[in-house]
Design a protein around this ligand. Structure first.
Ligand code: ASP
Length: 293
């Protein structure tokens, strides 16, 4: 049984497929969620979050578990308590699962190493965001009715600084998907995957496109004139996509008209809210697999 999810590599392919199937069973009400009223889950987020934290909370409530969001700003961290002491104190209160988000890439590895309870990384710097990649996979799995082999996804934007891109670059090829990275040179990491600076060229071969937010909070230098400058070449627009019926994904938050133009966000091809919806069921399946015994 998985007890620590730092990155998608912690799960093998059959465990992942089982999670997708279980999430779908919850989605279609073909399975009754377990009753986890005796389980205590705490979310410890040092970075802001809208979807991820709410999604974990919704998922926990559907499982009947106690869920508490620990308020870092109001905690003794501001009085000089070390991170490790904060963790050990929370754990001493009888915690079953800790979910964390932190701006340092190695934070999740550090937390996992020092905890005895179950652990989920909900975003660590640029390293990984495993539950986002798993819900992206579920969205694609459902959209293509399981036939992911040979499908090409174009991931567009600030790939170098995106933990979502990092996790998807690890996960999606395991299920037969081809990944093309589309970005200006300063947003591309060193990689063996195919890359291009031309969004149009990538869209010609893509079966799916995933936009990313420019991670300005992680930039130490401003490497482009402005977000509008970047958008001229990399914003997903209807005019570029034409009539191609390909799903559009984005982990959110979306920079409107920078990552994706307004009209496309309202287009039936846009799967952003479907991703959010499926995320709840995916997280239910994941927490069940870690906590139900
Ligand atoms: N919400 C995602 C994350 O936490 C994507 C983003 O913030 O751009 O990584």
């Amino acid at each position: 049984m998985l007890t620590q999810l730092i990155h998608t590599k912690n799960l093998n392919d059959s465990e992942i497929l089982a999670l997708l199937e279980r999430a779908n069973a919850f989605l279609h009400q073909e399975a009754t969620p377990p009753n986890l009223t005796h389980k205590r889950i705490v979310a410890l987020f040092f970075e802001n979050s809208t979807r991820t934290i709410a999604s974990f909370q919704m998922a926990a409530s559907r499982l009947g578990a106690y869920f508490s969001v620990f308020n870092v700003q109001k905690s003794s961290a501001s009085k000089g308590e070390t991170l490790l002491d904060t963790l050990h104190n929370l754990e001493a209160m009888g915690l079953d699962l800790l979910i964390t988000r932190h701006h340092h890439s190695s934070s999740a590895i550090y937390f996992a190493k020092h905890l005895n309870c179950a652990f989920i990384n909900a975003g660590s710097g640029t390293l990984a965001h495993p539950t986002q990649a798993l819900l992206d996979l579920l969205t694609l799995y459902n959209h293509f009715k399981g036939a992911l082999e040979g499908k090409t996804i174009a991931i567009v934007g600030d790939i170098k600084n995106s933990r979502v891109a990092n996790s998807n670059m690890e996960l999606l090829p395991r299920f037969g998907m081809r990944v093309i990275l589309v970005a200006p040179p300063h947003f591309l990491p060193p990689t063996s995957l195919p890359t291009t600076h031309s969004l149009q060229e990538a869209l010609e071969v893509a079966d799916v496109v995933m936009g990313l937010r420019t991670q300005t909070e992680r930039h130490c230098l401003q490497t482009y004139g402005s977000l509008k400058d970047y958008a001229k070449d990399f914003c997903l627009r209807g005019a570029l996509l034409g009539k191609r019926q390909i799903p559009i994904l984005h982990p959110g938050p979306v920079h409107r008209n920078i990552d994706i133009e307004d009209a496309l966000l309202d287009d039936p091809r846009c799967q952003v809210l479907e991703q959010v919806k499926l995320g709840v069921f995916l997280r239910m399946a994941l927490m069940e697999s870690m906590l139900a015994s």
